[in-house]
Design a protein around this ligand. Sequence first.
Ligand code: FAD
Ligand code: 2HG
Ligand code: ZN
Length: 482
Amino acid sequence: TSQATIIQRRPDFSTISSEDLSYFKNILGERGVVQDEETLDAVNTDWMRKYKGTSKLMLQPRTVEEVSQILKYCDSRCLAVVPQGGNTGLVGGSVPAFDEVIVSISHMNKIISFDKVSGILVCEAGCILENLIAFLDNEGFVMPLDLGAKGSCQIGGNVSTNAGGLRLLRYGSLHGSVLGLEVVLANGTVLDMLGTLRKDNTGYDLKHLFIGSEGSLGIVTKVSILTPPKLSSVNVCFLACKDYASCLKLLLEAKRKLGEILSAFEFLDHDAMDLVLKHLEGVRNPFPFSMHNFYVLIETTGSSESYDREKLDAFLLNSMENDLISDGVVAQDITQASSCWHIREGIPEALMKAGGVYKYDLSIPVEKMYDLVEEMRVRLDASAKVVAYGHLGDGNLHLNISTPQYDDNILSQIEPFVYEWTSKHKGSISAEHGLGLMKANKIHYTKSPETVQLMASIKKLLDPSGILNPYKVLPPSLFTKR
Ligand code: FAD
Ligand code: 2HG
Ligand code: ZN
């Protein structure tokens, strides 16, 4: 992509030698050292097939000691490293920019302990989110985060991107629910911060540095996380709204009337729905006989079926009377509920199938959010489809511009306009996906120069040679040797 071509490989990084390979085989065994072309092709390529590296080596450690030995060695040899989890990241952070060594955490996937009274789960970083969800379901608990990539993404990747997802509205961000981490620093030091306490104000709470640092400060090897109990009563409804203002009024009403049982409030516009219906198999339009401009998915989760249903019915009746919704369905069983969720969660996949896509993951004050979408439609001609959806309840817009193929002309119509607009409205250019390779040079649109400087100092302190996920998160120019 054009983003990737403007950066240069750092000449001070080494390239893999046969001695390096012998060393890695010695500590990991043959099976932990992957060099076959097909596998490398897959792990060099991101989920969107937009970013592609040229790494010749993937390492698959199974223990924290192995991760420590790998990093200590890479640091001494000045070999750059990219930590990789499920490789579902959407900003080019999980694949090499050039020939960095891929350190895959996939084989570190054991559940270590679960305390049924406190709900605290301790596991290795390579556990796939869906497997943790299934494990907890059996114990009568749920993960405090859920996202469309759950079948592949790993908890270590979720922590490293501070993934938000579909339940943040209810359970808050990982900065709240992650209680502890084990992390390996660039020089191989193992930081044991794997606490399981709700309260611990002893000194600086360093784990927060690693939550959302996208593999640039250390490799997360274990996670301790607070999980809420699974509640018996879940309702899902899929509603249609005539305009964006009605969606906002509906959000306010949902917060007031559904209160403590509200567990998700997601929105998509007409173009997002169109795309899903066109590109995903087995999706049914809940309103086949009418066109709507906006759709809202609301989920409630509580402990009393009759009480929750009464609340939801009163909210829906009130919203209809006040003309906030023009149509709606309440899922009658789990199958119907999951087909509502399938529409919402399937949008990224539909976008991928439609051709080229430019993704913007923005936090914007909700009243202004859709103005950007409309302005963008005015800027672009009809060949570019402007698709908007996201976590409205969290003020997070996913603005996606879908094109038949990647086209630098279109890109220049979108950027820097989208970043300038967001910055002007005091928004964030990365609400939940991180900066990765895509936005390392854009951080100043959201963060002040002093803040970026301090981030760079922290990076230099923890990773003096800069081997961990170089070119990502912070502007590469801050780390070029003079
Ligand atoms: P990867 O993609 O492998 O890596 C992501 C970043 O974390 C990279 O920078 C990588 O170097 C680093 N990393 C990974 N593992 C480690 C580790 N153990 N230690 C240190 N660094 C590590 N995001 C949301 O926030 N909300 C959503 O709703 C959401 N929905 C999605 C839906 C789909 C269909 C897809 C494809 C993606 C979605 N995402 C969403 C993007 C999200 O960032 C990732 O899905 C997820 O959190 C990344 O986990 P992963 O294991 O795939 O990490
Ligand atoms: C989602 O909420 C993900 O579906 C992906 O964060 C967003 O595709 C996107 O832009
Ligand atoms: Zn999202």
